[in-house]
Design a protein around this ligand. Structure first.
Ligand code: GDP
Ligand code: MG
Length: 441
């Protein structure tokens, strides 16, 4: 994605706000990227349709390129769609004993995840947990859970042959009440494909046990199939959340977005390994980053936005609107640039940076030059900074001596300021590109 998008960046130029054309071309690439990340087509379409009006007309943040800003907007949109702006949702386990029912296809990781949740509830939440396997079709499955329980030191319901799933569920809830357990996790039987008997059985268990949480476990690597599974289970059971397993594999996270979009259910945890500690609390930001593969750009734009102190920006905009842009303002621009890690730091994070860096180098603009120019401004009195016209020959000499430079360097700064002031007045807003031009002149 990074390579493809740097192509888009080359075509975008610094303007006051994001144009329809900028946004459309960037979104075309993002559409392909989302599909490659295994996001379902209808989800991609909806997402692009939602994001476009949000991006068009948005003010361009100084010092980032429009294409990058589109990515930031897309990233924020993904985070929101993944439920990142909701309050953290753990498991609901207030009514004791709380029943957690695990549903999903065979092989999706239900039993493994049952163990992981039990371990977390025990160690992290200090709960007393009972696990029960309702998989009456595969005796090995019941044994698997028992062994798992021994490993993580969590009790399992003793195995009794010849019972129906709903009977085992009843026995488990009773045992939990009698034994003073906080949580019962029911590991239901799965099939390799969606079938009516499995769904009916699960629905029956759910009706009896009235689970506080009914969690669908789905294999992230199965992509579109996982989405279809989620849709079908959600139609039949009152699911309360999702857990995606095999996120340690090389799936790109698109399934997470699709499943969330299709079901509207929160993704609670991610399975990240075969062992019982391979469980992570779902983090929308990380998944959005994984889908976009643009983590660095996103953090760059975030930094740029944060560093441009709102108050200062506003004040400067007001001054500029009145046609005032003094040397103090110019020094402030330099400082902002340096806070962001200097030109080198910013450039290093941008796709397509090499080209831009070469252009700046050819204009003799680097961090050293910027530092020197700032030093010159600092050698002036506040009055001189506010009113550069005061700087006659003798004052210039004094400033040059103070900064340890030749008078011609002082003249350069003044000339640059004049150009920038003129430009700022015209634009009302300054992009880095324009600033760079003025600096090199
Ligand atoms: P169930 O049939 O739904 O109960 O699935 P299991 O819990 O028995 O898991 C099936 C296989 O997937 C086992 O080999 C697990 O070790 C493996 N598995 C489960 N979750 C994960 C995960 O998050 N990452 C990886 N790499 N493997 C997993
Ligand atoms: Mg199982």
């Amino acid at each position: 994605l990074t390579d493809r998008l740097s192509g888009v960046f080359d075509g975008l130029t610094g303007k006051g706000s994001l144009s329809e054309k900028d946004v459309s071309s960037a979104l075309r690439e993002i559409r392909v990227a989302l599909l490659e990340a295994d996001v379902a087509l209808d989800v991609v379409k909806q997402f692009i349709a939602d994001i476009k009006p949000k991006a068009v007309g948005e003010d361009v943040i100084r010092s980032v390129k429009p294409g990058q800003q589109v990515i930031k907007i897309v990233n924020d949109g993904l985070v929101e769609m993944l439920g990142g702006n909701e309050e953290a949702q753990g498991l609901r386990i207030d009514n004791i004993p709380a029943v957690i029912m695990m549903a999903g296809l065979q092989g999706s990781g239900k039993t493994t995840t049952t163990g992981k949740l039990a371990r977390r509830l025990k160690n992290h939440d200090r709960k007393k947990v009972l696990m029960a396997s309702l998989d009456v079709y595969r005796p090995a499955a019941m044994h698997q859970l028992k062994v798992l329980g021994e490993q993580i030191e969590v009790d399992t319901l003793p195995i009794t042959d010849g019972q129906m799933p709903v009977d085992i569920a009843k026995r488990a809830v009773n045992a939990a009440k009698l034994g003073g357990y906080d949580v019962v996790i029911l590991d239901t039987a799965g099939r390799t494909t969606l079938d009516e008997q499995m769904m009916g059985e699960a629905a029956q268990v759910a009706e009896f046990a009235n689970p506080a949480e009914t969690i669908l476990v789905a294999d992230a690597l199965t992509g579109q199939d996982a989405v279809e599974t989620a849709r079908r289970f959600n139609d039949r059971l009152k699911l309360t959340g999702l857990i995606l397993t095999r996120m340690d594999g090389d799936g790109r996270g698109g399934a997470a977005l699709s499943m969330r979009a299709v079901t509207g259910l929160p993704i609670k945890f991610l399975g990240t390994g075969e062992k019982s500690d391979g469980l992570e609390v779902f983090d929308a930001r990380r998944i959005a980053g994984r889908i976009l593969g643009q983590g660095d750009v996103v953090s760059l734009v975030e930094r740029a936005a944060a560093e441009l102190d709102e108050e200062k920006t506003k004040r400067m905009a007001e001054k500029m609107a009145k046609g005032v842009f003094d040397l103090e303002d110019m020094a402030e621009q330099f400082r902002q640039l340096q806070r962001m890690g200097g030109l080198g730091g910013i450039m290093g994070m941008m796709p397509g940076a090499k080209k831009a860096k070469a252009a700046m180098d050819s204009q003799g603009l680097d961090d050293k030059v910027i530092k020197r120019q700032e030093a010159i401004i600092l050698s002036m009195t506040p009055k001189e900074r506010a009113k550069p016209a005061l700087l006659n020959a003798s004052r210039k000499k004094r400033v040059a001596a103070g900064a340890g430079v030749h008078v011609s360097e002082v003249n350069k700064v003044l000339k640059m300021h004049k150009q920038m002031a003129g430009m700022m007045k015209k634009m009302g807003k300054g992009g880095m590109k324009q600033m760079a031009k003025a600096m090199g002149a």
